[in-house]
Design a protein. Structure first.
Ligand code: C2E
Ligand code: MG
Ligand code: MG
Length: 713
């Protein structure tokens, strides 16, 4: 009952005070009906002035329940005039049928001098049902209960609101209880007030063990500061969302996403609601994707993406650092000799070895294949150089793979920020260029970009850069130049000649790019590519029934002196399946300057089983020694002799001598550059065994060669 209502009743009660004091002395039943009505009327007069202004229904009923008095508000609330109500018999007529029995009980109790308070529903004239909170008191005159009076307050709207509230409360409860997510209410100190069963399940802790306890200890230590900060923001009135991680009962870490909102009551934050989602699986996936995106799966090292991110950050700082491009020399051979799996194991061992070796000032990335990048905050140039050398030396420590012991050589190119570049791309490119230059310096060398940069702007350097990606971009191919047996006219063999078709430069002649390849060290890789491609082509032709044509390949001096060359050659031969006696290595005379090494190397080749041709014979110095000391199979008489054959008798005699000598030492001769039938005829007369030249054909692409061969048959 509200305060105003209570006040009204108090006033009314005072009006009857006197009557009440003496009621015990009166005998109610002794009064006649007429006397009762008179008494009631007297009482009524006294109250009328009071009740008419009251906003609640004020009523007086007689002992039979008939309406004696009704204030204006009552008329309004029920939709009838007082007269209509008075004429309408007892009050139950205006009651909702279902509520009548209960109301009668209260009515009876009032007549027994009790004050009753209850709720009932009345029906408005329009049929609308209204809920009233009713207060009913006995009206006592002369010690007799002459009727009853009271107040009825329309609480329809309030009840409706309460009902709705209750409903929404229930809805909220069920949302709260049945939610699969964690729903928790905290007090402003971060202590648990309520939590739903999903929370209990997730944490493995019953509600009673949590209520009253702070949540912070449940947060994993490294997220606590952040979580506290977010909670503070909520207490400042701001709803927040954030990720955190918590422990469950078994101390397992669960990744969570929280939405936390402040709950205001009368302008004050009294509670905090929190909804938490378990995102452990999502996080795991994220971590896995991140791992894939930023780490190399084989070595576990940060990958190129990581490098890009790191470098972009580093160039934003003012601190000097070096970019070291590191390339392993023999990975390809290892792959080919012992298989990829061994190659992978080697990479892993090397990667871990270096990672453990690096100081904290260095970061280590796998860039691609056998290319690694180290970024290093260096102190002085000398210090940086000795760091690079120590890396290189550490790499050279033998690696044991099963029963194989390997020593890995590497080269390292260094660019520095900001001297060599202020953006990641430039720094990487320059470190890479320095690395290639390091190769040129010999094995196991380290080079600073600044020491090689004079080359950078030249056309040769442009070619070198382009040439580096030529294999990967599939720009290289072979042309085959037939060699004809002059005695039989049959095809004796073919020489494989390298062709490079660059997307911008077009066909680059070998005379231009071979020197670049030699100088940059690229010749090792490219030369091996040529041998591989030539062997595979020869085997393919043989398999296709074109016969077992010997194939010649040109070997550069640099390859010849490479310690690893013979090993690699053997691998290629084995992998391709070519009969080694069908492979001819063409080497030029210029190699003979260091004859002991040359002889040893040539014998090595012979043991492998390949044949050897001296290319461009007659243009070098020590021509004749080849014939005596070197295990050689062919002499290729240089084109310069052919040019003067027809006119120059001396030249003809020289060629005759060469062929005679060659035959004497068991060598066959091949005349190069024969362009006319006459030249071919003269060469045959002078004792040449084979001839090669435009007279027979230009160097041909593989398909063209097959057609050419078919046309001759
Ligand atoms: P080479 O080994 O002496 O190859 C013969 C060169 O003479 C080829 O030029 C060939 O096309 C050309 N030639 C053949 N017959 C005639 C002819 O009748 N008249 C004229 N005018 N020229 C003829 P190409 O293909 O331009 O090769 C030039 C040089 O490039 C080769 O000379 C060789 O030293 C080098 N080379 C080509 N391929 C390779 C390779 O794979 N590795 C290495 N290291 N060097 C190669
Ligand atoms: Mg040649
Ligand atoms: Mg030649």
């Amino acid at each position: 009952m509200t305060a105003t209502m209570r006040e009204d009743v108090r006033l009314w009660s005072m009006q009857t005070e006197f009557a009440r004091a003496s009621h015990d002395a009166l005998d109610v039943d002794a009064l006649s009906r007429e006397e009762l009505v008179n008494a009631l009327n007297r009482s009524r007069e006294r109250f009328l002035g009071l009740i008419d202004d009251n906003p609640d229904m004020n009523y007086i009923l007689d002992r039979l329940g008939a309406v004696i008095e009704m204030n204006h508000a009552g008329e309004q609330l029920l939709g009838y005039t007082k007269e209509e109500l008075q004429a309408g018999g007892d009050f139950t007529q205006h009651m909702l049928e279902a509520d009548i029995p209960a109301a009668l009980v209260h009515f009876g109790r009032v007549l027994e001098r009790n004050v009753e308070q209850f709720e009932t529903r009345l029906v408005h004239r329009s049929g609308k049902i209204l809920t009233f909170e009713v207060l009913a008191r006995p009206m006592i005159e002369d010690g007799q209960v002459v009727g009853l009076f009271g107040i009825a307050r329309d609480v329809t709207a309030r009840r409706e609101i309460e009902r709705q509230l209750q409903e929404s409360e229930q809805r909220y409860r069920s949302l709260f209880e049945n939610n699969v997510d964690v729903v928790v209410t905290f007090d402003t100190e971060g202590k648990f007030l309520y939590l739903n069963s999903a929370t209990e399940r997730l944490l493995g802790v019953p509600s009673r063990d949590l209520v009253g306890k702070p949540f912070l200890p449940l947060i994993v230590p490294h997220r606590r500061t952040h979580t506290e900060r977010e909670f503070t923001r909520v207490l400042e009135g701001q709803p927040v969302q954030y990720q955190s991680a918590i422990y469950n009962k078994r101390r397992e870490v669960i990744d969570m996403h929280f939405s936390v909102i402040p709950i205001f009551h009368q302008g004050q934050i009294t509670k905090v609601h929190c909804i938490g989602k378990d995102i452990t699986k999502q996080k795991q996936l994220e971590r896995k994707l991140n791992q894939l995106a930023f780490f190399d799966p084989l070595t576990g090292l940060p990958n190129r993406n990581s490098l890009d991110t790191n470098l972009s950050r580093q160039v934003g700082e003012s601190r000097e650092f070096a970019v070291l491009a590191l390339d392993l020399d023999r990975l390809k051979v290892v792959n080919e000799t012992w298989g990829r799996e061994t190659g992978d194991r080697l990479l892993k061992i090397i990667a871990h070895r270096l990672r453990d070796f690096l100081p904290s000032r260095a970061d280590f990335f796998r860039y691609s294949g056998d290319d690694f990048i180290v970024t290093y905050y260096y102190e002085t140039d000398d210090e940086c150089l000795s760091f690079a050398r120590s890396l290189e030396a550490r790499l050279r420590d033998p690696v044991v793979l099963g029963d194989v012991e390997l020593s890995i050589t590497s080269r390292i190119g260094i660019s520095t920020f900001p001297d060599d570049g202020i953006d990641p791309d430039t720094l990487l490119r320059k470190a890479d260029n320095a690395m290639f230059a390091a190769r040129h310096n010999g094995r196991n060398r380290v080079a600073f970009y600044r020491d090689v940069k004079s080359k950078d702007e030249s056309r040769q350097f442009q070619l070198e850069i382009a040439l580096r990606s030529a294999i990967a971009n599939d720009e290289l191919s072979l042309a085959f130049h037939p060699q004809i047996d002059l005695a039989t006219g049959e095809v004796h063999g073919v020489e494989a000649l390298l062709r490079w078709l660059h997307p911008q430069y077009g066909q680059v002649p070998p005379d231009q790019f071979i020197p670049v390849a030699e100088e940059s060290g690229l010749i090792h890789e490219i030369g091996m590519w040529v041998i591989e491609a030539a062997c595979h082509q020869a085997v393919a032709w043989n398999d296709a029934g074109l016969g077992c044509l010997p194939v010649s390949v040109n070997i550069s001096v640099h390859q010849f002196y490479d310690d690893d060359f013979a090993d690699q050659l053997e691998t290629v031969i084995r992998v391709s399946g070519i009969d080694p006696s069908r492979l001819v290595l063409e080497i030029t005379e210029t190699i003979s300057s260091n004859s002991d090494v040359v002889v040893a190397q040539l014998h090595r080749f012979k043991r492998i089983g390949v044949r050897i041709a001296i290319d461009d014979f007659g243009t070098g110095y020590s021509s004749l020694r080849y014939l005596k000391d070197f295990p050689v199979d062919y002499l290729k008489i240089d084109r310069s002799f052919v040019d003067h054959l027809e006119s120059n008798e001396k030249e003809r005699r020289l060629v005759a001598t060469i062929t005679a000598l060659a035959h004497n030492f068991g060598l066959q001769t091949i005349a190069e550059g024969t362009e006319t039938a006459e030249q071919v005829a003269i060469m045959r007369d002078l004792g040449a065994d084979h001839a090669q030249g435009y007279f027979f054909s230009r160097p041909l692409a593989p398909d063209a060669f097959v057609s050419w061969l078919a046309a001759r048959a």
